[in-house]
Design a protein around this ligand. Structure first.
Ligand SMILES: [Zn+2]
Length: 90
């Protein structure tokens, strides 16, 4: 697992570089450049969503959940339990 995390850190540092490069002024760019950046951003989003999925799985597994009852209001009120630490819903 520690190997996974060290790989992840490398990914994040690469990602930060990408984003800081992206902080340039888009208004002076031509369509071709903008299309390239759009692909880059979309790739980042896909990769981030994957990471988020993995992280949420790990959090759900490792969190010492503290469940609190929550019910929606109205005639068809439903009861949920959510964790005050990680906000996951049960
Ligand atoms: Zn939790």
């Amino acid at each position: 697992m520690s190997t996974e995390f060290s790989n992840m850190n490398t990914d994040f540092s690469n990602m930060n570089t990408d984003f800081s490069n992206m902080n340039t002024d888009f208004s002076n760019m031509n369509t071709e450049e903008l299309l390239k950046i759009r692909i880059k951003i979309n790739d980042n989003i896909v990769s981030l969503k994957d990471k988020l999925k993995n992280i949420n799985k790990l959090i759900k597994k490792t969190c010492k959940h503290q469940w609190v009852e929550y019910s929606t209001s109205g005639p068809y009120s439903e009861r949920y339990y959510y964790c005050t630490i990680c906000n996951c819903i049960n």
